[in-house]
Design a protein around this ligand. Structure first.
Ligand code: HDE
Length: 698
């Protein structure tokens, strides 16, 4: 029963007057059944609107333990955000193995086909703070916690298969350089500034990663459409302790798709939470995102024959060298009940691996094995963060660790040490079941702060990446470099960076030089190992990898009073049949009265629902409304940006004045609204051929 409001002093003549603004009455009218509100000590609360005062207009009393508890808790509601990957969205789901790796590993999660292992997966941007936008140009984190029967396995990867640096020693420098500049505290969530490019231009090992970072990979359309990569080589160990190297890859079932840069920038204004909302809505609608888990397996001997060192995290293993094998499927089917509880408090750590998986000597991985546990100690406030439900293993776990901040476990008994003899049932290590490490021979070369000579080639794979892209992707990459370096105020940094690019490809360097308006190609620095030509690696492209359906995509239909009901119905039906969500946009959120007299409510008001939110748009208007909207800037932008972002546009005759006002041209992607089939076919892809007509690319 809802608590009844009890005024502090019901007899006071001012009391009833001072109760105005008390939400209790309104809440009671709102109805529903609700449990008793209590303090954290379980004391029932009588009034959650007014603090305890000495008289209706008097000072607040220190005695008000209810107010103090509420405010104190609120004051402590924020925990330190992650120093990197602060902005993220996560979901629960499961992983199901479809092909056993028995013979390579003893890890049951990779050998027991059909077993559903629960997972929690968190996607993130890297540079921005927790409150920053979802769509900056940035790498996306792709971290999966598998709650296996043999302990937690955290595969903490990114949506790009390589990294900026080769040694953990450089990570704080990289992150300091990309984050907001320390004196001015901007720019937020952006690499387009001096300190980042200063560092990068002096760090040639970052060149391959820079190719990926400046490509459309860092502008994902949806978190459901990104690939994931474990990046480092790991080892699989069989029962006898034999080792096979492995690289892990996630492949999205919806295909890989990105936005274009101008669209990504406008998305930052249209919806700060574009990716989070997309993931939330898809899961709520039962459209569960899914990925295939694939592996590349190779032996030590094979690794020795590669023309690069697989322990160097700036290198991919091209798929023509080691093909991908699909072994399982991850489905995300449950949004957390509470964002903070799971997504904020989840603590990933690459050192969490079950018996049968082991680390390689990749020096970046080796540093990560230390960093993640260390960061949780400050972020989550102590050594017991593994007891938070999202972090706790789902298999039994026991040891002699005790006490510490926020200890929640209640281990009984006298014995919290080993060896011991006083008590039965205390945990003991086991050679047979316990975690084995690969008995690798330690390098006998002696200690030293060294980089192996095999890590010295920084350009071959950067060139291979650039040359493997389709022409529009190459132009986007070159234009991204021009955009970013144009934001760099220090000329010497711009020039140094372009000098570096000459080692990737002269053509790329020339295009960036032109785009920046530099008088001449800057000189290339001396390098230890110049780029070699390699066969193209088609797997790095995005174009052509969109799925040939509208599954996972969203179509916006702009309507107004008098819009043709049959056309709207036909477009909606065809789009939904192809798997798309359909959203109605109208000048008023209440909707519009259609040609047949029916009323169609809108999902979004035009001013707040621009076309950047959709993969393709249909504009269905009565001629009078078409004329009127041609004078409405939000409507003009709706059509103009759909055109500029290479999207399919279906329009009827009434929409013609609007299309004209928006300078929408003619091409295969602009179709009659009645030609529903053509519209669906055009909506399945982007109109790449349109781009040179409307934008100067580098
Ligand atoms: Fe991380 N990284 N990282 N990282 N990383 C963190 O751990 C670090 C690296 C990645 O959704 C931090 O819990 C070092 C590569 C993801 O919660 C921190 C180095 C890759 C996430 C940390 C790297 C990643 C993190 C910050 C170089 C791809 C987000 C908060 C040696 C393979 C996980 C935290 C989540 C988070 C350290 C490099 C992926 C500080 C020292 C390479 C997806 O511990």
């Amino acid at each position: 029963m809802a608590p009844k409001h009890v005024p502090t002093n019901p007899k006071s003549p001012q009391a009833s007057e001072d109760l105005r603004g008390n939400g209790d009455e309104l809440q009671q009218q709102a109805g529903g059944s609700h449990p008793q509100l209590t303090t954290n000590q379980g004391i029932p609360v009588a009034d959650n609107q007014n603090s305890l005062k000495a008289g209706p207009r008097g000072p607040t009393l220190l005695e008000d333990f209810i107010l103090r508890e509420k405010i104190t808790h609120f004051d402590h509601e924020r925990i330190p955000e992650r120093i990197v990957h602060a902005r993220g969205s996560g979901a629960h789901g499961y992983f199901e193995l479809t092909h056993s790796l028995a013979g390579y590993t003893r890890a049951r999660v990779l050998t027991e086909v059909g077993v559903k292992t629960p997972v929690f997966t968190r996607f993130s941007t890297v540079a921005g703070g927790a409150g920053s936008v979802d769509t900056p140009r940035d790498v996306r984190g792709f971290a999966v916690k598998f709650y296996t029967e043999e302990g937690n396995w955290d595969l903490v990867g990114n949506n790009i298969p390589v990294f900026f640096i080769q040694d953990a020693m450089k990570f704080p420098d990289l992150v300091h350089a990309v984050k907001m500049e320390p004196d001015r505290a901007f720019p937020q969530a952006a690499s387009a500034h001096d300190t980042f490019w200063d560092f990068i231009s002096l760090t040639p090992e970052s060149t391959h990663m820079i190719m990926w970072a400046m490509s459309d990979r860092t502008l994902p359309r949806s978190l459901r459409m990104i690939e994931g990569f474990g990046v480092h080589s790991y080892r699989l160990l069989d029962e006898a302790g034999n080792s096979t190297f492995v690289k892990f890859h996630w492949r999205p079932e919806l295909g890989v798709q990105s936005t274009v840069w101008d669209e990504a920038m406008k998305l930052q204004a249209a919806d700060n939470d574009f990716h989070r909302r997309d993931l939330f809505e898809a899961i709520a609608a039962g459209d569960f995102p899914a990925w295939k888990l694939c592996v590349q397996l190779f032996t030590e001997e094979e690794a020795e024959s590669f023309p690069f060192d697989h322990l160097d995290p700036t290198k991919i293993i091209p798929e023509d060298l080691v093909p991908l094998q699909e072994i399982g499927r991850m489905v995300l089917d449950r949004w957390p009940d509470n964002f903070f509880q799971d997504t904020e408090q989840v603590a990933f750590c690459p050192a969490n691996i079950p018996p049968g998986i082991d680390f390689s000597n990749d020096p970046l991985l080796q540093g990560r094995l230390f960093s993640y546990l260390d960061t949780q100690l400050i972020r989550l406030g102590g050594p017991n963060f593994h007891q938070i439900p999202v972090n706790a293993p789902r298999c039994p776990f026991a040891n002699h660790q005790r006490d510490g901040y926020m200890q929640m476990a209640n281990p009984g008994g006298r014995v919290n040490y080993e060896p011991s003899s006083l008590q039965d049932g205390t945990p003991r290590a086991s050679q047979r079941a316990g975690f084995p490490s690969f008995a690798e021979r330690a390098d006998d070369a002696g200690k030293g702060r060294v980089r192996p000579a095999s890590f010295a080639d920084h350009y071959t794979q950067a060139r291979q990446f650039f040359l493997s892209l389709e022409a529009p992707e190459q132009a986007h990459l070159a234009s991204a470099l021009v955009f970013e370096l144009s934001k760099v105020e220090t000329l010497a940094v711009r020039e140094r960076m372009v000098g570096n690019l000459r080692h990737v490809h002269e053509e790329l360097a020339r295009r960036v030089t032109d785009g920046l308006g530099l008088p001449a190609l800057p000189p290339p620095p001396e390098v230890a190992v110049p780029a070699q030509d390699m066969p193209p690696a088609p797997e790095v492209r995005i174009i052509g990898r969109m799925k040939q359906t509208l599954q996972g995509r969203c179509i916006g239909i702009l309507i107004d009073d008098g819009s043709d009901a049959a056309t709207i119905k036909a477009v909606r039906k065809a789009a939904e049949k192809d798997g798309a969500q359909v959203r109605i946009v109208a000048p008023k959120v209440g909707g519009a009265t259609l040609s047949d007299g029916s009323h169609l409510p809108a999902d979004g008001q035009l001013a707040g629902t621009p076309s950047v939110l959709f993969d393709a748009v249909a504009i269905v208007l009565d001629p009078a409304a078409g004329k009127q909207l041609a004078k409405e800037s939000a409507a003009v932008d709706f059509a103009a940006f759909a055109w500029a972002h290479l999207k399919a546009i279906a329009a009827d005759a009434g929409a013609a004045p609007l299309l004209k006002a928006a300078n929408v041209g003619k091409d295969a992607g602009v179709v009659e609204a009645a030609a529903v089939k053509d519209f669906i076919a055009a909506a399945r892809t982007r109109q790449w051929a349109r781009e040179p007509k409307l934008r100067t690319l580098a």
